[in-house]
Design a protein around this ligand. Sequence first.
Ligand code: CA
Length: 227
Amino acid sequence: MRVLVVEDEVGIAQFISQGLSEAGYAVDMTNDGQSGLDYALAAEYDIIVLDIMLPQMDGLQLLRKMRSQGIKTPVLLLTARDGIEDRVKGLDAGADDYLSKPFAFPELLARLRALLRRPNLQQDTILKVGDLEMDVATREVRRAGKTITLSPREFTLLEYFMRHPRQVLTRTQIIEHTWNFDFYENSNVIDVYVGYLRRKIDQGFDKPLLKTVRGVGYRLSADITDD
Ligand code: CA
């Protein structure tokens, strides 16, 4: 899952972005409202963590502009502890949830997971495709009951496939949702990581789940008919 963090306090921004990267999210970080809006318009984020007090354009203005341009990405607002008025304005401007500072990192992760469960995405924290199972809360992956250990980036990639079962996903879609801008240089990176993932989830099992759709991209499916 790909996250945009818009936060001007360097310490907090780094704390969030490092924690999210370690948790397997692809993170882009920016520290003012105008560039936050530019990022939000430029890429398809799965979620945006947005501070309210920002230079150039505040978080609420950014949110209104983004929503007025039809961007429906879930937004988690970061507010001051006593910022009741900000929370109300924020929710009215189209935020999906808020978290007051200071917060504990596990709570931020849990809020993000809750937002990612909302419509268009598979509802559960347990995702299943055939005999492959992923628990997005505990980050455990099993196939046919056997535990599979994935790197954070492999996990992110597999989660994206598992949230869109049977759909053909293009390399562009995959890179937009699972990589941050640092990795845009090299689009082969998807093929390389799909290769890593295959070795872990398909090698040694009867039926491959992760399929190549020639000239288009990849799909994760347990259907027998598509072989
Ligand atoms: Ca701020």
